[in-house]
Design a protein around this ligand. Structure first.
Ligand code: GLN
Length: 388
């Protein structure tokens, strides 16, 4: 039979989501895929049920229900310091995942390059291939996951169409500082390219880290696409409500792609989103302090067990160096390590190479998530301590 698409041949299925399936098969403790094992706030769930009862069950306005876009515009003005017109500058999508894909498809022409910081959230690899962009990777160096300014500058050239920035960052927990974002903005303006920011973890910050939106910086208003969603902030990973904010010129193109790709994000959950976005300040404080306690617990557990964890300043993942435990598990790389760890302890992680383009990097790293109940994390500790 004739070949299937070369594009879909050139990447594998998501390792993160595969680890969840393996974990479910063995009834393990899932510290691989980043979704909470606790429920969304009661009032947000009730708002979704009410929306369904009240008849919000047909197609939404394709680029987002008007009231929901208005609420998003207000929120980004207040929290992100980005001014946008809900009528022309917002596209509501099926999760931030679709927002990223629709944005790339709206921007990319053959031979365009995009810059991605590495390690990176694994979706950006296939996203590049599917959109036809050629990725150029710029290394984030542990333990602080800083980039080298000269390496970043050298990655820009005439073909560079866009740079993707995920802050707070998955998988490293890096929170890009205002100074770093200003450096990036300067390069974007110098080389006339766009910035696509994935800010899905914007409320999950520790140790006085501050979230800064690149789109709020002077000169970046018309060249930044700011992506976000309800998913992580309100613990509703299954709702699939995201959005992309960009100037009208860019939004018109994103909306076209989005319309033909998915038509719209689920209508009742957009209406429930009004309740989510109206949550009081105390909700966000509790979210961050809950994750802070989980970070402290898992970070110290991982050290106790003999891993070398890198302390995250945001999001809910910890990358660890596994060198010192490799022999003990008779593992020779990140994949064998993750498999042996789940076999021996029932704890699922994501192999480090999933976050690197070059397979030789990340072989001595795995990623743990801690968006779990303290009780789950205590069970994880018991299991992991059996290795010591
Ligand atoms: N962001 C989550 C992670 O890195 C997963 C998101 C997803 O699977 N769509 O684990």
């Amino acid at each position: 039979m004739k070949d299937l698409s070369y594009k879909t041949e050139s990447f594998t299925e998501s390792v993160i989501r595969e680890m969840t399936r393996i974990c479910d098969d063995v009834g393990g403790l899932n510290l691989s895929q980043g979704f909470p094992d606790f429920d969304a706030p009661e009032e947000i769930k009730k708002a979704a049920i009410d929306a369904i009862r009240n008849g919000f069950n047909q197609y939404p306005v394709t680029f987002g229900e008007p009231e929901f876009r208005e609420a998003i515009a207000k929120k980004v003005q207040d929290y992100n310091k980005i001014t946008c017109d809900p009528a022309t500058d917002i596209t509501v999508t099926c999760g931030a995942t679709e927002a990223m894909m629709s944005t790339l498809m709206a921007l990319i022409n053959p031979s365009d390059e995009i810059i991605i910081f590495e390690p990176y959230y694994e979706n950006y690899g296939p996203d590049s291939i599917l959109s036809g962009a050629t990725p150029r990777y710029v290394t984030l160096y542990p333990p602080d996951w800083n980039y080298d300014k000269d390496e970043l500058a050298a990655a820009f050239n005439d073909k560079t169409k866009a740079i993707i920035i995920n802050t707070p960052n998955n998988p490293t927990g890096k929170v890009f500082t205002k100074h770093e974002l200003e450096e990036i903005a300067e390069l974007c303006m110098k080389h006339d390219c766009y910035a696509i920011t994935d800010e899905i973890y914007e409320h999950i910050l520790y140790d006085d880290a501050k979230h800064v939106s690149l789109g709020s910086l002077h000169g970046m208003e018309d060249r930044t696409i700011t992506i976000n969603g309800l998913t992580k902030t309100y613990s509703v990973t299954g709702w699939r409500i995201g959005w992309a904010i960009a100037s009208e010129r860019i939004t018109q193109r994103i909306r076209k792609v989005h319309d033909f790709l998915t038509v719209g994000g689920p209508t009742p959950f957009q209406h429930a989103g009004l309740t989510a976005l109206a949550m009081p300040e105390s909700y966000y404080e509790q979210l961050a302090s809950g994750y802070y306690a989980a970070r402290e617990f898992l970070f110290h557990t991982l050290k106790e067990v003999g891993f070398k964890p890198f302390l995250p300043r945001g999001a809910y993942y910890i990358m660890v160096d596994i060198d010192d435990l490799m022999e003990q598990l008779s593992a020779y790389d990140d994949f064998t390590f993750s498999r042996k760890l789940i076999e021996k302890t029932g704890v699922a992680t994501v192999p480090g190479t999933s976050f690197y383009a070059n397979g030789s990097k990340g072989k001595n790293q795995v990623r743990f998530t801690y968006c779990k109940k303290m009780d789950t994390l205590r069970q994880v500790r018991e299991k992991l301590l059996s290795l010591v």
